[in-house]
Design a protein around this ligand. Structure first.
Ligand SMILES: C[S@@+](CC[C@H](N)C(=O)[O-])C[C@H]1O[C@@H](n2cnc3c(N)ncnc32)[C@H](O)[C@@H]1O
Length: 309
């Protein structure tokens, strides 16, 4: 596994990322599209802090059951505590377990979900086949995952001065090479989101469909909406705990080198990224920073075929 998600940095990252990640009306529409109904048994694989449960509970929770499974008992301990505030008129359980060998019998759940589990797995196909196994015939599998590579290649637009063409090409090169390297190192696939429909077909699912989150990472002074105020406070917080980024840089370099990249290119890339650091800090601090970046956070659904009579 790439990271121990129970470590303070990553746990904070999960909390920060999930808040305001979906528009309320989008969640409503998705819940309908996912065929969620009250009374269902829903299993969330790699549940972390149980954020998927929190998001969709209003759509299946009355008389329903939410069971979060994760490798990390530390995260589950926090998830359990948090669930006390949102579980109502139904039941929640959090159990330690491995996505590659789920601790449930066959045909156990009406809906089996996961969110950002596959992108850091070496063989997500195994996890998917387990999810299919524990779904009831006719039940649904829902996988939400990222396409980071496409998001980053689509180019961030901000109030910082644009990089030169040479610098932009170097950044794209580092992204593409690191993407290959990450897969080679068995650390997962940053573009798994768009491959899940294919994986579902191979796993024997039917009625496969896919949607994208309609959220845009948007910051425009004076940051009027609560969402923007939250984002900006998050960016300020991240600047304060910047030393944690050292681990991130180390992992990024390993992936670039594993993908066939040359160290000198990585050093140059780091210089490019750091080029506007002080201006970035100043803009954030003075409330002048602008950002508008659409992203890819894909949701794929598939149905387990009903048994033939
Ligand atoms: C990026 S976090 C996502 C957490 C949660 N699904 C969410 O979206 O907020 C990935 C989670 O998957 C868990 N995980 C990774 N590999 C796993 C495995 N083989 N079995 C169960 N959980 C796993 C991690 O402990 C972590 O909590």
């Amino acid at each position: 596994m790439r990271s121990d998600w129970s470590k303070k940095y990553w746990k904070n990252f999960l909390i920060e990322q999930r808040k305001y990640q979906w528009f309320e009306d989008t969640v409503e529409k998705l819940a309908d599209w996912m065929h969620l109904e009250h009374g269902m048994v829903v299993v969330d694989v790699g549940c972390g802090l149980g954020q998927l449960g929190l998001l969709y509970w209003p759509h299946f929770g009355r008389q329903g059951r939410y069971i979060g499974v994760d490798l990390s008992y530390k995260l589950l301990r926090d998830a359990k505590k948090a669930a006390k505030n949102w579980i109502k008129k139904g039941k929640s359980y959090f159990i330690t377990g491995d996505a590659y060998k789920l601790p449930f019998p066959d045909a156990f759940a009406d809906c089996v979900m996961c969110q950002t589990l596959f992108y850091h797995q070496r063989t997500p196909q195994i996890a998917l086949s387990e999810m299919v196994r524990i779904a009831k015939p006719g039940g649904f599998i829902v996988c939400k995952d990222l396409d980071y590579l496409s998001t980053f290649l689509a180019k961030d637009f901000t109030s910082l001065p644009e990089f030169t063409l040479k610098e932009q090409l170097l950044s794209a090169k580092v992204l593409l090479v690191s993407h290959k390297g990450k897969i080679k190192l068995g650390r997962g696939d940053n573009s798994i989101g768009r491959k899940i429909p294919m994986m579902m077909k191979e796993a024997g699912l039917v009625d496969i469909d896919i949607k994208n989150n309609d959220l845009v990472y948007f910051l425009q002074p004076p940051y009027e909406s609560p969402r923007q105020q939250y984002y900006i406070s998050m960016l300020k917080k991240r600047l304060r705990r910047e030393k944690d980024n050292l681990t991130w840089w180390r992992q990024a370099e390993e992936e670039f080198v594993a993908g066939g990249g040359e160290k000198n290119d990585f050093i140059r890339y780091k210089r490019v990224v750091n080029k506007h650091k002080s201006l970035y800090r100043k803009q954030i601090k003075n409330g002048e920073y602008y950002r508008c970046t659409p992203g890819y956070f894909l949701v794929t659904i598939g149905r387990k075929p009903k048994k033939r009579k």
